[in-house]
Design a protein around this ligand. Structure first.
Ligand SMILES: [Fe+2]
Length: 243
């Protein structure tokens, strides 16, 4: 069958689009540019996931996030009214000692949902990391493990295996499907069913720009179009639970 380029609709569940919030969009102009680019590629809705680090309280993070969101939503209402209410709010919560004991943890979940985008540590995972993932699950929260493809060299194979046995969802960055050094491993992960969610993890309009369409094209080209459709269905279901 010939490879056919088509634009698929999608929901992006991992990106740093809120203006001035983290190392993503630095101002409203860049946020707006990223949003326009997402829409051009077929995006129908998104959950903004700014980094949450324990350098501040969750309450202060949520206040900053709300202010940044209002700026972007104001732009949307003014310029892209059909997008009003299509930006959900979440966080990319960095694992750290004590995260699971923070009484505000569930406020980092995506919108109204019980999905939490969790960034694992970029160092060898201690036993407490996996224990904490289990604790989060015991709260009735479903962790979505952010860009697992970036972790094998840090976590260790055994830890990854153990994680995959838990009730978690695995998110892959579309960029992993595109870069020379990572695309083979990424395609194998999708082929083996180790990816349930796709996100662009876009930060700007330069080196980390929205690239969902290219990622989906790469899956199509590798005859993984059906797997891509299943992942996009998961993305849609999570988005609709959240927003
Ligand atoms: Fe991210």
């Amino acid at each position: 069958m010939l490879f056919r380029r088509e634009t698929k609709n999608y929901y992006d569940l991992h990106l740093h689009i809120l203006p001035g919030m983290d190392d993503g969009a630095r101002d409203l102009k860049m946020s707006a540019g990223m949003l326009q680019e997402e829409i051009r590629q077929g995006c129908k809705g998104l959950v903004a996931t700014p980094h949450y680090y324990p350098t501040e309280s969750i309450a202060s993070f949520l206040e900053r996030r709300q202010r940044a969101y209002e700026k972007l939503e104001g732009y949307v209402v003014e310029n892209i009214p059909e997008w009003e209410g299509r930006i959900g709010l979440g966080a990319e919560a960095a694992w750290h000692n004590g995260l699971v004991y923070d009484p505000d943890l569930e406020k980092l979940c995506m919108g109204h949902s019980r999905y939490l985008l969790l960034e694992m540590p970029f160092e060898r995972w201690s036993a407490s990391v996996l224990r904490d993932v289990r604790t989060i699950i015991s709260y009735g929260i479903r962790p979505i493990i952010a860009h697992l493809e970036r972790f094998p060299e840090f976590a260790g194979e055994d830890a990854i295996e153990e994680l995959l046995e838990l009730d978690v969802l695995i998110q892959m960055n579309t960029g992993a499907l595109l870069h020379r050094n990572t695309h083979r491993r990424a395609l194998t992960m999708v082929k083996n069913g180790i990816t349930q969610v796709l996100g662009t993890d876009s930060h700007n309009l330069e080196d980390r720009r929205p690239n969902m369409k290219d990622g989906l094209d790469a899956l199509q080209k590798a005859h993984l179009g059906r797997a891509a459709d299943e992942i996009l269905d998961n993305n849609a279901n999570i988005y609709h639970a959240a927003v």
